[in-house]
Design a protein around this ligand. Structure first.
Ligand SMILES: [Fe+2]
Length: 178
């Protein structure tokens, strides 16, 4: 699909040219490098910035066979469920605010246990496949969080987890055209 808004300033960027020219799924470190090089602000993404009171909002910017680009908007206190990315890599660039990431692994009895927490501000984080994590907006003073996510290949399903169950369950993530 073409870039989803004529007013989005990603349109003529080197990054979009890179995405358009892909002929295969890029390696995670290559995608991380490309996202690090991308200079982007909230103003550049304005046609794709939509919040929801009930839950964080996933706004679709662009998609081709190999990648899917989303702007995700998080109000204060909103967080993802604990999840993996099935067979997709996920690279996240923080555009506005501070993103908190918690990573998990299975403990000796098969339940998830937290292994680390990170904060990202103007940073890029990468994870792939069955890495399990949770992203949250835990900022003080009700501040918004805006993140740019590039999934490769496009995220068609993912597994959600909870701390009190050993089993995850597979879901199809919702996206909103924007
Ligand atoms: Fe994720």
């Amino acid at each position: 699909m073409p870039l989803n808004s004529a007013n989005c300033q990603l349109e003529n960027s080197d990054f979009m040219e890179y995405l358009n020219k892909l002929t295969e799924r890029p390696a995670l470190d290559e995608l991380v490098s490309q996202m690090e090089l991308l200079e982007i602000s909230e103003a550049h993404l304005s046609p794709h910035i939509h919040f929801r009171n009930k839950q964080y909002q996933r706004n679709l910017i662009y998609e081709n066979e190999y990648v899917q680009l989303l702007c995700i908007c998080w109000k204060a206190g909103q967080r993802s469920t604990i999840h993996d990315h099935a067979q997709s890599a996920c690279v996240v660039k923080t555009v506005t605010g501070i993103a908190s990431e918690t990573t998990f692994e299975r403990g000796p009895d098969g339940h998830l246990q937290e292994i680390a927490s990170f904060e990202y501000s103007n940073d890029v984080m990468g994870s792939e496949d069955d890495d399990i994590h949770q992203i949250s907006n835990l900022q003080q003073n009700g501040e918004d969080l805006i993140t740019l996510h590039c999934y490769s290949p496009p995220l068609r399903n993912m597994k959600l987890y909870s701390l009190d169950s050993k089993q995850g369950h597979r879901v199809e993530p919702l996206v909103a055209d924007s």
